[in-house]
Design a protein around this ligand. Structure first.
Ligand code: SF4
Length: 88
């Protein structure tokens, strides 16, 4: 178990994906601070980039990864605020 190296660019970890706080904490404990290899967002970021991460993709949705990567929309996450602009 180790911390995910993508936390600084991850829209989920940076709380840019709407989610109940309890569920957020559970996913952070399970994926971000635990078994990140199973995280759907990490799989998309590793295979493409964080710009390809849809705004509604959660760490436990590994079943969606193949379709996202196959999508011709290379910037499906377009519109994410730039990290320096998000006020955090
Ligand atoms: S949600 Fe996934 S990609 Fe993001 S920090 Fe957690 S483990 Fe890493």
């Amino acid at each position: 178990m180790s911390e995910c190296n993508y936390q600084i660019v991850c829209p989920f970890f940076r709380h840019r994906i709407p989610i109940h706080d309890t569920m957020y904490q559970q996913h952070v404990a399970h994926y971000c601070q635990g078994t990140s290899d199973d995280c759907a967002i990490l799989l998309v970021m590793k295979s493409a980039s964080f710009l390809k991460v849809p705004k509604d993709l959660y760490p436990n949705q590994k079943w969606r990864v193949e379709g996202i990567l196959a999508s011709k929309d290379l910037l499906s996450g377009a519109g994410w605020p730039k990290l320096e602009d998000d006020g955090k």
